[in-house]
Each structure stands twice: as C-alpha cells, then as structure tokens.
Design a protein around this ligand. Sequence first.
Ligand SMILES: Nc1ncnc2c1ncn2[C@@H]1O[C@H](COP(=O)(O)OP(=O)(O)O)[C@@H](O)[C@H]1O
Ligand SMILES: [Mg+2]
Length: 253
Amino acid sequence: MERGQPLSGVERGQPLSGEEPDVMRLLREGSLEVEGRLVDASNATLYCTAALGGVQVAAVYKPVRGERPLWDFPDGTLAGREVATYLVSEATGWDVVPPTVLREGPYGPGMCQLWVDVDESVDLGVLARSDHPDLRRMAVLDAVVNNADRKGGHLLPRPDGRVQGVDHGVCFSVEDKLRTLLWQWRGTPLGAEAIDVLSRLRAELEGPLGDALHELLTRREVRATVSRVDRLLAEGCYPHPSPDWPAIPWPPF
Ligand SMILES: Nc1ncnc2c1ncn2[C@@H]1O[C@H](COP(=O)(O)OP(=O)(O)O)[C@@H](O)[C@H]1O
Ligand SMILES: [Mg+2]
C-alpha cells in the first residue's frame, strides 16, 4: 500500500489543546488532499488528508467515478451504501464503522471515511475466528445491512483493542447475499444486548434513520432492511450461511 508518510498525532487529528477535533466536520468540510492510492483496492480507493482550521485527519476517499459497475447493485452508488452502513452502525451505538460521509472531492462526489490506524501485529486469520465482542456486533450489523463482502482485510484491529470494519459498498441488496468470514456464532442466540439494539434500530428505521437511508438506497432496499431486522428479532439467533450462494468471500482476505 502506498500511503505516503505516516502522520504525526496532530496531523491525525489528535487534539492540540485537549479538545476532540470535530471529525465529522473535518471529513465533510476539510480540504481533501490525495496522498496516494491503496494499490490492493479493487476500486479507486485513495488515501487522503482532510484539513480544516489547522487540524488534519487521514482519510479514505472513494470517488463515485471510480466505482466499477456491478450488475447486482445497479441503483445508487457504492459510496452511498458505505454511508448508509455507517448510519446504521451509528444507530446501533456500536461504533463498528469509522465515520463516513458523502462529499465532493478532487475527483467529484464520493465517500470519505476516517482512516483508522491498525495494530499490524494482529493476525487477521486468528482475529476473524475469535469471539471478539466487536466482531459479534459486526456480525449482527452485517446481517442487518446484508453485507456481501466481510473479508479479513475489511477488519481493522485498532491499537486500543477495538475492531472496526470497512468497505461496505456491496451492502443492502434486496436479495440475501450475506457473505462473511464471521460465521462462528451461526444459529446461536443473539443475546440481550443485540436484541435490545435491534429493537431500537427497528423503531429508528421508521424515523430519521429510515429517512436518511431513503436518500441513499431504493425504497425496496430500505424495506428489505426492515424485514431483515424483523427476521433477526423473530428468530433471535445469528443467521446460518445459505446453501444458495457462496457464503464466504473470495479471496477470504
Ligand atoms: N478507513 C480505513 N482505515 C484504515 N484502513 C482502511 C480504511 N478503509 C480501507 N482501508 C484499507 O484499505 C484496503 C482497501 O480498502 P477497501 O475499502 O477494501 O477498498 P475497495 O473498495 O477498493 O476494496 C482495506 O482492505 C483496508 O486495509
Ligand atoms: Mg475491499
């Protein structure tokens, strides 16, 4: 990966005076400077900095123009699906997706997502099979958004022990397409926390969250999302892989 020079703490947006920088504002309004392209990425995925008021954060910028057309995702944009997944993650309160916005950039409109430094010593193969609580949450999120691409490289183990996920362009199909490495809890009870969160999410899908998703997805896709939440609540268990489609991404990492 060509990411340019590592950024210092201040450049990464760490506070100068003890105050948290407003990351959302930096991502939305900061001036975007492309530093390099992530060479192992399948679309035009650019490593950038977003700067505002003397503070800078590292970010990923994926211009819509760089999206490869996909026959099974004909509507909207992959960038919009990434933002929609962030909005659902935020509504869960689980914080398993880095802040993500839609904005103009040097190559036109696209998604812009906070760059997350990872702990390079973590073995993604071991992590992906583990019982990490953030991965359990991510598995529920993936079932809700119908993620068709939860591969190992889309897991970001942070130095503080938290895990977040990225690359949510192929989510929200109306067909069941859940494709993930995270099958270790299949058929087991979701647990009280997830049931609680899903019940709240169900209500929020009828309110502002639903309205926001309608800006990014088709009506059928939003309806299908509501149905997936209903199904999870009715079954009370993590989903099983379907025999009807490849349930593991290829390549897996
Ligand atoms: N927000 C992020 N923070 C840190 N690393 C990221 C972030 N987004 C992507 N990456 C890294 O860049 C790689 C390629 O990005 P990805 O979103 O998968 O692009 P593509 O849609 O082209 O596959 C990811 O596998 C991950 O290693
Ligand atoms: Mg990817």
